[in-house]
Design a protein around this ligand. Structure first.
Ligand code: C5P
Length: 303
């Protein structure tokens, strides 16, 4: 997460994430699934601006507007402008928990596609918590921010992590940040259809012999991306493939590309390839675009 202070406003870049590994360990009594996942932040980002409410506007008014600033896959989903947007949920939660009665103008400029497993909404929510904590000088510490983040969604805590790389357990909210020196390049693609997280989890089965992220983490720490990419895994990919044939189409396209490995991110439907360097990521992106894939970006890890 990157912050810039401009007089009365705070500008935040809220990154997307990729799941390099995701295993389902069990189903919990609260209906959620126990996870073991490795997430990495990448430099595809939404931008949010937070501005103190101008005089004349009701003191506690929340003036929120969201728009896409890059062409999106035609999924039929619209960007929520109301309390269905996690940004508004984050504002309401932080006000309720701190008793703060101030207002704010928020503009959300979206690049991360909706319903993609890239964590866009969660990242926007984390950015909102951190930005309002600064703008309103609420002095919430990290553990208080994490407690609020966990109430907003299972992926929100990850975006509060310092290095943009973490193992996430529990329902995803129990994060263990990791230190890494290396930069990695990826190409991310998405077809038209998105999937809701709940829809995909409803079709998954906990693994009777869970895989471990250990090898992937060891190879990552050594900077050995070829070996690391071979240990990528996402237990949600098979259930998501049943829900949309577009994923199988993307998988077939990626298997013809010079990528080190490829996988779905989170609950989909974004799919990504791990590339040896930026040039190969750009070449892979050009091939995907020429084959009619509606959303394609190259990214690098940011930490
Ligand atoms: O926590 P979040 O709101 O992102 O989760 C959306 C839905 O995904 C949950 O309502 C639940 O159905 C499913 N989910 C799950 N196990 C998780 C995370 C999410 O079953 N660990």
């Amino acid at each position: 997460m990157l912050f810039q202070q401009h007089e009365q406003s705070l500008l935040v870049h809220a990154p997307a994430k990729l799941n390099l590994f995701l295993e389902i360990l069990g189903r919990r009594a609260d209906g959620y699934h126990e996870l073991d996942t490795l997430m990495i932040a990448v430099d595809l980002h939404d931008t949010l601006t937070f501005t103190e409410t101008s005089p004349g506007v009701a003191d506690d008014a929340i003036d929120f507007r969201a728009e896409f600033v890059v062409p999106q896959p035609a999924s039929g989903l619209s960007l929520p402008q109301d309390a269905n947007n996690l940004v508004i949920k984050a504002v309401e939660l932080i006000k309720r928990e701190t008793g703060c009665r101030r207002g704010v103008q928020i503009r959300l400029f979206k690049r991360i596609p909706l319903a993609s497993g890239l964590g866009g909404g969660s990242s926007d929510a984390a950015a909102t918590l951190v930005a309002l904590n600064r703008l309103w000088q609420l002095e919430l510490d990290d553990s208080q921010l994490h407690r609020l983040a966990a109430q907003l969604g299972s992926d929100v805590n990850f975006f509060l992590a310092p290095n943009g790389l973490a193992i996430c357990r529990g329902r995803g909210e129990a994060i263990q940040p990791l230190q890494f020196q290396h930069h990695f390049h990826f190409v991310i693609a998405r077809m038209h259809q998105g999937l809701s997280t709940a829809q995909v989890f409803a079709r998954c089965k906990p693994s009777s012999q869970p895989r471990s992220a250990g090898r992937l983490i060891d190879e990552l720490q050594r900077g050995n991306k070829t070996a690391a990419s071979q240990a990528m895994y996402n237990a949600l990919q098979s259930p998501a493939e049943v829900l949309t044939s577009e994923l199988c189409e993307l998988k077939a396209k990626f298997s013809e590309l010079p990528v080190l490995g490829h996988s779905m991110s989170g609950s989909g439907t974004a799919y990504y390839g791990w590339c040896a360097n930026r040039k190969l990521a750009q070449a892979a992106a050009a091939r995907l675009r020429s084959r009619g894939v509606p959303f394609v970006v190259t990214v690098q890890s940011r930490f």
